[in-house]
Structure formats: structure tokens, C-alpha cells
Design a binder for this molecule. Structure first.
Ligand code: MG
Length: 395
């Protein structure tokens, strides 16, 4: 069994985040926010999550080293932040020099070099590359090419290339430190001949590089659309769901307020407000989904809340509070519980009224009644209750 599979760290990593983002329309892709922190933080954590990885050196532009090193988003797994050079190779060499300074005797240790813009690499792939380096000296992950490949020139297809021997190279790419240093004595990092990856310079020195299967998900963020894809995968929007419950006894007088409509002739529900249990349950569900507490805390049943206040006004205020923190209602499902009055003919009107108050299409609201086999005060016709589930979305 290779050492990495035992969970023992067998490799160090250099994460390169020094390049400009030419194709990102001016966005610095490694600092682009994903789920509230820079893309680079995700990449670092993905690499450090492999039990095969020990030290993690991040290489960035010299003017950014101090800011990165003290940034609150920098994962604690980072051993050092180092200034890179003018080219990718010079930056990688700077990272490897840092490892040499930290571990002068570790010349046989595998070094993994990873793109700062590849945050979706799995810990399993990182471990597999480290183990392949420990076994073979140098290794890279590759993906077979799915599309038919054409050689084109001046807008014309010149020929179809046999893709069976072609593969796309990913990172992390790894080699024992001494092999990288050996290659750089032949092709200095700041020399004339530049290579697009570590494997290429090893190949040029006829150092064998082992290929292992890469991962389709391990994409390199290059275009703004890639950033969107990575964001959806790493930090999917959290489902915001809330639950609400309310119950009021019947009181004196008629003209029941329920679900935002008035049912003339039916007894009113008693309460500090107009007693609309359905709207109160919806309001509580919305507040719960937003993490904003509950209706009772927002509108206490005392002098701070006007007696007989319309529940529509309370619900409008709740929707405004959601808007203030960037949320809005997406849907609501309400069940009204009680043996009287008959609600069947009024359910659609309540649905429409609630949808208007929430500023959502009528189809996003459902109102139903539970009238049979009820126990307690609801079953005895002394009170009505309502329960609601609501979901929110970004405003
Ligand atoms: Mg209430």
C-alpha cells in the first residue's frame, strides 16, 4: 500500500495564484467571490483536504503577498505565502524554493503543483497523484478527449486528428523535488524556453511522467461562465424554508378576517390584532425562513402594536423586512384548521389575497382547510388554527 493511503502525509503542495486573468474580463479569478470567500480559499482547502498533503505553499504576485498572508479568508492549512515570478515556471520555482527552505533534506519528497483556479479537485485525486509520484517519480492527471479533434487553418478543416492517443492535462501535477530541480538546471525557470506545465519541462528532459485518470469536474476557471458553474457546485444557494403556526379563539362580533378576506356573518376571532390566524401563520413561516424570529416579537400584543391592527399590514411589514435583507417570498402552503365556518368556497379568494400580499403569482400559494376529525378547541368550534410553510428566494 502506498503511504498516502494510510493517511500519512507524503507530499507538499505549491498552489500557483500569480497569473493575470486575461480571459476573465478584468476579474481577478482567484479572488472572485464564491459562497462568500475567494475562489483561491476553496482551492487551498481542496488540496489540504487530502491526507497525503503536508505543507501548502501559496505563490502570488509580490505586491499581494502581505495581504494574502494576513487575509482572514486564508485557510490555516497554508504553511507560507511566497512571491512569484514573471512566468508560471518562475512562480512554481519560487514555491519549490520555499519548500526547500522549510525542509532542506526533503529532496526526494513529492511536490504537487496545482492551479489556484482549480477549486473542484477532489482530495482523492490529490492523494492519487501524490501516491503515483511516490511510486513513479512524476505523475499528472489526464482526461481522455471526448470530442472529435480537427486540425483547422484559415477557417477550414485540414484533417481529423486521431484522438485515441490524446489527453487533456490537469493539475495537480507532481514530481519528486529533485526531479524538478534537475529539470530547472537544464531549462532555468527564468530562461528563454518556457513550458506551459511541469510535465512539459520534465518531458523535455526525458524524465518519465506517469499519467493517471483525471476528473471531469476538476475544471480550471478560465471564463466568467466557469465561475458561475463552480459557484453552483461549491456553494449552492441554501434552501430557505420556514414553518408557522397560530391559533385564536372565537370572540364577540361577526365579520371574520381569515386569509386576507372577510367572511361576513361568521364569528370573528379574538386577538390584539384582527385575529387572522392564516396570515399570522404565513408571517411566522416567512420570518422563520429568514431567521428573523417570529411575529410576536416583531409586533408584541401590547401598546406597541395598535389594537385591531389589520393583519395585512403586519404581513406587508414582514415582506418589507425580508426585502431589507435581500430576500423575498417564493411560495407558501397554508392549512386552516377548524370545524366552522365552511371555508371551501373561500379558499381561492384567500389564496389570491395572500399571493398579492407576498407579491408572488397565485400559483405559488396554496390554501387548504382541515375540518374533519378535529380534537380540542378547534374540534369543538371554539377556535381556529392555521399552519403554514413558506420558502424564500434572493430578492
Ligand atoms: Mg396570532
Amino acid at each position: 500500500m502506498a503511504a498516502g493511503a494510510t493517511g500519512r502525509p507524503i507530499a507538499d503542495a505549491v498552489i500557483v495564484a500569480a497569473g493575470a486573468s486575461h480571459r476573465m474580463g478584468g476579474i481577478d479569478k482567484v479572488l472572485a467571490p464564491v459562497g462568500g470567500r475567494p475562489l483561491l480559499a476553496w482551492t487551498i482547502e481542496a488540496i489540504a483536504a487530502s491526507p497525503a498533503v503536508d505543507r501548502v505553499v501559496v505563490v502570488t504576485a509580490p505586491e499581494r503577498v502581505a495581504a494574502f498572508a494576513s487575509a482572514p479568508w486564508l485557510p490555516t492549512s497554508v504553511t507560507a505565502v511566497t512571491a512569484g515570478g514573471a512566468t508560471r515556471q518562475a512562480s512554481v520555482a519560487a514555491g519549490v524554493r520555499q519548500l526547500t527552505a522549510l525542509d532542506p533534506d526533503g529532496f526526494d519528497r513529492p511536490v504537487l503543483v496545482h492551479d489556484g483556479a482549480r477549486p473542484m479537485v477532489s482530495p482523492a485525486l490529490v492523494t492519487a497523484v501524490a501516491e503515483a509520484v511516490a511510486r513513479y517519480g512524476a505523475a499528472i492527471p489526464v482526461l481522455s478527449v471526448a470530442e472529435t479533434i480537427k486540425r483547422v487553418g484559415e477557417g477550414m478543416v485540414l484533417e481529423t486528428v486521431d484522438r485515441s492517443s490524446l489527453a487533456a492535462a490537469q493539475t495537480p501535477q507532481g514530481a519528486r523535488r529533485r526531479l524538478l530541480e534537475q529539470a530547472w538546471t537544464v531549462y532555468p525557470p527564468d530562461g528563454e524556453r518556457q513550458f506551459t506545465d511541469e510535465a512539459a519541462i520534465l518531458e523535455a528532459c526525458t524524465i518519465p511522467v506517469h499519467a493517471i485518470p483525471g476528473e471531469p469536474a476538476n475544471l480550471k476557471v478560465t471564463l466568467p461562465d466557469d465561475l458561475l458553474r463552480v459557484g453552483q457546485a461549491l456553494a449552492p444557494a441554501r434552501a430557505r424554508v420556514g414553518f408557522g403556526h397560530d391559533s385564536h379563539p372565537f370572540g364577540p362580533g361577526t365579520g371574520l378576517r381569515l386569509g386576507g378576506v372577510e367572511i361576513a356573518g361568521a364569528p370573528r376571532l379574538a386577538g390584539h390584532s384582527d385575529g387572522d390566524v392564516a396570515l399570522h401563520a404565513v408571517a411566522d413561516a416567512l420570518l422563520g425562513a429568514a431567521g428573523l424570529g417570529d411575529l410576536g416579537r416583531l409586533f408584541p400584543s401590547d401598546a406597541r402594536t395598535p389594537v385591531g391592527v389589520a393583519s395585512e399590514d403586519l404581513l406587508r411589514e414582514v415582506v418589507a423586512r425580508l426585502g431589507a435583507i435581500g430576500l423575498r417570498p417564493a411560495s407558501a402552503d397554508v392549512v386552516i384548521i377548524g370545524v366552522r365556518p365552511k371555508l371551501g368556497p373561500r379558499l381561492d379568494a384567500m389564496r389570491d389575497a395572500i399571493a398579492r400580499l407576498l407579491c408572488v403569482p397565485a400559483g405559488a400559494v396554496n390554501v387548504k382547510a382541515s375540518t374533519g376529525n378535529l380534537a380540542g378547541d378547534e374540534g369543538a368550534g371554539r377556535s381556529m388554527a392555521a399552519r403554514a410553510v413558506a420558502t424564500l428566494e434572493p430578492a
